[in-house]
Design a protein around this ligand. Sequence first.
Ligand code: NDP
Length: 299
Amino acid sequence: MSEAKLIDGKAFAADLRGRVAEEVAAYTEARGGEAPGLAVVLVGEDPASQVYVRNKGRQTVECGMKSFEHKLPVETGEAELLALVDKLNKDPAVNGILVQLPLPDQIDADKVIAAIDPAKDVDGFHVVNAGRLAAGLDGMVPCTPLGCLMLIKDALGEDLAGKRALVLGRSNIVGKPMAALLLRESCTVTIAHSRTRDLPGECRRADILVAAVGRPKMVGGDWIKPGATVIDVGINRIEPEEPGGKAKLVGDVDFEAAKAVAGAITPVPGGVGPMTIAVLLRNTLVAAHRQAGMAPPAI
Ligand code: NDP
């Protein structure tokens, strides 16, 4: 059997950002020069979060939108953060609000997410948006699973009806919304987790396998149905064995073993990772259209 086709998330994300930029230009013209705006709130100085926020800000501006960055000190209290969210909810120049997680211990992240106006919740984490997705209604869909669905459709075509899909992981951020999206596409969906029996056997039945566990190379080649589409969400940092060596990022799937069996597979890095910010920009554009009473573009 030939080797799996590589699903190039980096190229797909660049293309998506290009399409978003075109639609942003059209929206801005229709709104008399008012571009969509995304506010990103960062509390503290977590290095990984700082990199994400910087990248989000840069890509927001590159596609023609306004970026509002709010950097708050690590000792910021919950009330202060909630007051900022309230201000952003009321600001008509802000169409999307993203509060970078994790938050420091003194702040209840659930409370903060619940305070964001669901119409501006471009991360799709608010329970109203989770409920809308579960009920099959339009809302804001979490960026990473929506990006995964775009990659799956790019590999398999638009019609996924009847395919057996297995989602490994049941987090609110990835696993559950991923399963809801695949169900919306009429896949036959199984959700697996740490209490699942015969995990390899469950995985082997799947035409579409999405791994979001956070365990390096857990999914072996013999867990994969020949020809399956494999989407690896995992980002696991492996420290160098030698002092002074470079840390490596690996996914939840044993890529080398899996690519000999799968039909198509995402690499790590360069697969799902780059999709998340591109979809965030897409969600902000969609949110802006809805807030303006305009039909969002189908991207
Ligand atoms: P969580 O830790 O929230 O969830 C992990 C899930 O995996 C849980 O449902 C857990 O089951 C399940 N699990 C853990 N160990 C096992 C096991 N041994 N067997 C079966 N199931 C297991 O992780 P996230 O969903 O937030 O993230 C998953 C991965 O995706 C991480 O590597 C993360 O870094 C990455 N990620 C990447 C993103 C991107 O590309 N932009 C964005 C978000 C996440 P249970 O519920 O039973 O405990």
